[in-house]
Design a protein around this ligand. Structure first.
Ligand code: C2O
Ligand code: CU
Length: 841
């Protein structure tokens, strides 16, 4: 099992467990509060409430209908506090309607038979005629008879069921805590919320449950039913309210008059609705609700400033209110529900929830115009000391010498070494399988034409937009161009309108070599998907003109064809065969252009990964039998010498496609099992000197935590992909100063991987899950941060500008996971937002 899969699995199990715990404890709290009252009906003489509203309903037989309800699985069925008008009450309601004279025996009967009836009676049976009551009583006799004669048995059963649920609920809580501890094993901030915040909210009250509730329930569950003293006085005779017709005016049909005597059973025999028995269960239930909210709706992470305080305070207050309520009830007896009030409360809840949803939907709406930075926008200045905890907030102090993005152009105005033109237009293309894609293409081909240049070249590329109705812009992914040539609409330029054109000029910096790619950065989540991308290869300055090598660029993509997803290498969504003479060097340049990561294997030969994101790996060793994983935007250069037999490049989840190479183009290879160990780039290759490492003194450290939760983004409900609890444009903008050494720390608490891409810079990987890299120095422009992983990376702030910094799962970026790296003296005159035509993602 892979680390990321394990982490994701734990998160998912945890959500299910938290939901199950919530349901179990909620049910238990309701059931516990419905046990009969211990003291002999002091409420028979109600003090606080008007008599018409206050009803005795705690006599055991009376309770009988309720007793059935736990087994029915409907906590709402509770009779004693009258939770539900549908079940449980018919017999009582009927009996109450009966006339005092004829009704009397029937009433007793009905009350006794209640449970049997309630089991069968559907909604709407309640509150009919006395005749109905009779029938109900008779009909219920066979089943209900036993219970009617021995209500103590029902209580025992009910107590046992409740004990069982409490045990199960406790197991769920313990399991959640174990999962929290396991998650914390991936990194403290992955499980701290469960261990430090959620667990105490449930485990402490669960101890109280064990001390107070369980012994009482235990006694109830094992007690022999006390037999009713035959001479017990009937409550109807002694109770002034009992025969009053006003009981029938109770909203759910009333039930006062027909119950058997309170004295039927010694009240002390029913140690029950005392606060000490009910309250711990209720408090645990409230904690379980909090646990679910924290697991699913409101992920929090250390240092929990404020958040934990809110949670604990809310839990404490709710617990105090419940205690107070139970105390009141113990004195006055249960209050019959007032349906008007209940409806009002429900309406209030709906209004509040609806109002909150509406407000947060509105609050999430993007302003019609947004700028990259400026007064009023949140910024972060990182911290020099604590890489673990957050980014010091700062204000956008205007630098003395502001530079506009428009000035950050290629200084060399001379004739370019290489010149290209890319024309974007709609183009229908066919995949190898024949599936038709309504693509958008550069120069009529998908992927777009390969741009091959040399290290040090001055490059000029003109992009012409012939799309019928969409703007376009092009970003040179992995190439550290001057900011003005970065191709991000609303940040470094205005999007190119249909019919328009834009020229990009940049000189390839020394050392900037290898496999890169270009793609549209206007509505990138859509336009890259449609095909506006292509390879950009930079040859090292000293490379021979002609190399004796078979080279293939494999752009792993997901196409939309007739509403279906199709995974392909370029346009090949079928197995492609290639004849390569034995002994020849093969170089595969793998580029992930899809939003989701790709898992792939190479079978039939050992191979080397010679470069990642274009950057050469020092002393790569031969690999075989490993699973390769590469996130969106990332590149691997893979090299091997062609053996006599066939070699196959296969992508998981697309086993019937792939690239098969062999001397004669024939043959077969079975792909390695997908459970083979995953390639670990942090231990690959040979160490070498680097300009800085994980022990260096960094001028600033920015810490980013990734979470996901449901919520509103720009007015619509979706799954949010968050950075430090925020989504764009509310994520504080990291601000740096030219020349500084910057460290970024990425911790992924969410359910999916996040390939974090920083424009304009290459990052040196420093540590993976706290462990320094042990192999070759690894430089990347897109860092795969898998679920449950923590990466630290460093770079020198040597390329002034406003640089996008986002997840290259462009769908995540589109849903909030993007920000900008700002140099403190740079200003951008460009704007994004709904009222502009600049939409970078
Ligand atoms: Cu390849 Cu901002 O992206
Ligand atoms: Cu992401």
């Amino acid at each position: 099992m892979y680390r990321a899969d394990l982490f994701e699995g734990l998160l998912n199990i945890d959500v299910v467990l938290s939901l199950a715990a919530l349901l179990a404890w909620w049910w238990a709290a309701r059931a516990a509060s419905r046990f009969p009252h211990p003291t002999p009906a002091p409420w028979a003489d109600p003090i606080d409430d008007p008599p018409a509203r206050e009803t005795p309903d705690e006599r055991p037989a009376h309770d009988a209908p309720t007793l059935g309800s736990p087994a029915d699985g409907d906590p709402g069925n509770g009779g004693t506090t009258g939770g539900d008008p549908t079940g449980g009450h018919p017999a009582r309601g009927d009996a109450a309607d009966g006339s005092p004279t004829s009704g009397h025996p029937a009433r007793r009967d009905a009350a006794g038979e209640g449970p049997a009836r309630s089991g069968a009676a559907g909604p709407g049976v309640g509150g009919v005629s006395a005749g109905e009551a009779g029938r109900g009583a008779v009909g219920g006799k066979p089943a209900g008879g036993r219970a009617g004669r021995d209500p103590g048995r029902r209580v025992r059963i009910r107590a046992r069921i409740l004990l069982g649920v409490l045990a199960a609920g406790t197991l769920l809580l313990v399991a959640r805590t174990v999962i929290g501890a396991l998650l914390a094993g991936f990194g403290w901030e992955f499980g701290a919320d469960r261990v430090v915040v959620a667990a105490p909210l449930v485990l402490l009250p669960a101890v109280a449950v064990a001390c107070w509730t369980v012994p009482r329930l235990w006694r109830l569950s094992s007690r022999r039913s006390p037999s009713p003293p035959p001479e017990a006085p009937l409550p109807e005779a002694s109770h002034p309210e009992a025969s009053r017709p006003e009981a029938g005016a109770l909203p759910d049909g009333g039930l006062a008059p027909k119950a058997p005597p309170a004295g039927t059973f010694p009240a002390r025999a029913w140690p029950s609705r005392e606060p000490k028995m009910v309250w711990p269960v209720q408090v645990t239930a409230v904690g379980a609700v909090a646990g679910f909210v924290l697991a699913f709706l409101w992920p929090i992470s250390p240092p929990f400033t404020g958040e934990a305080l809110i949670v604990f305070t809310a839990h404490g207050l709710t617990s105090a209110l419940l205690w107070n309520r139970l105390g009141r009830r113990a004195r006055t007896g249960p209050v019959r529900p007032r349906w008007g009030r209940r409806a009002l409360a429900a309406a209030l809840v709906v209004a509040v929830v609806g109002g909150c949803a509406r407000l947060s939907a509105e609050a999430s709406e993007h302003p019609p115009v947004m700028t990259m930075h400026g007064p009023g926008l949140p910024t972060a200045h990182g911290s020099a000391h604590s890489p673990l905890f957050g980014n010091a907030p700062g204000s956008a102090t205007p630098a003395e010498d502001p530079v506009s993005v428009t000035e950050l152009t290629e200084p060399d105005t001379g004739p370019p070494d290489r010149r290209f033109t890319l024309v974007a237009r709609e183009q229908r293309v066919r995949l190898a399988s024949g599936a038709v894609v309504e693509a958008w293409a550069f120069n009529g081909s998908v992927p777009g034409p390969e741009l091959r240049v040399r290290e040090g070249d001055l490059v000029e590329i003109t992009v012409v937009n012939r799309l019928s109705a969409a703007e376009v812009s092009v970003h040179w992914h992995g190439v550290d161009v001057p900011n003005a040539a970065d191709g991000v609409p609303g940040v470094t330029q205005d999007a190119v309108p249909p019919g328009g054109r834009f020229t990009y000029r940049f000189r390839i910096k020394p050392g900037d070599i290898g496999t890169h790619w270009y793609h549209s950065h206007q509505s990138a989540s859509e336009q890259v998907g449609r095909g506006l991308f292509g390879p950009l290869i930079i040859e090292p300055a000293g490379a021979p003109e002609r190399e004796d090598v078979t080279e293939r660029t494999v752009m792993m993509h997901t196409w939309q064809s007739q509403g279906r997803d199709r995974r392909a290498f370029g346009l090949a969504d079928r197995l492609e065969r290639l004849a390569v003479p034995a002994g020849r060097k093969v170089r595969l340049r793998v580029v992930i252009t899809s939003p989701t990561p790709r898992f792939f294997t190479i079978d039939g030969t050992s191979f080397m990964i010679t470069a990642v994101d274009g950057n050469p790996i020092n002393g790569p060793s031969a690999l075989s039998g490993v699973r390769l994983m590469l996130g969106a935007g990332g590149r691997y250069d893979i090299e091997f010498t062609m053996p006599d037999g066939p070699v196959r490049l296969t992508e998981a989840y697309a086993l019937d496609s792939g690239l098969l190479m062999s001397p004669d183009g024939g043959g077969e290879v079975t792909p390695t099992t997908w459970s083979s160990p995953e390639f670990d780039i942090s231990r690959y290759g040979t160490p070498a000197a680097t300009p800085f490492d994980h022990t260096s003194r960094f001028d600033r450290t920015f810490s980013f935590k990734f979470d996901n939760r449901p919520g509103f983004y720009d007015g619509s409900f979706t799954l949010l992909w968050m950075i430090n609890g925020h989504v764009y444009p509310d994520i504080p903008t990291p601000v740096v100063r030219e020349g500084e050494l910057i460290r970024l720390r990425f911790a992924n608490r969410s359910r999916l991987d996040h390939p974090m891409h920083v424009h304009g810079h290459r990052m040196l990987l420093l540590t993976r899950n706290g462990r320094p890299l042990s192999g070759s120095p690894i430089w990347r422009d897109t860092v795969d941060v898998q679920q449950g992983e923590i990466w630290e990376v460093g770079f020198r702030a040597d390329n002034p500008g406003a640089w996008m910094d986002h997840c290259h799962n462009l769908l995540h970026a589109r849903a909030g996971q993007m920000m900008h790296l700002m140099y403190d003296n740079v200003e951008s005159p460009y704007k994004t937002g709904g009222s502009t035509s600049n939409h970078p993602l």
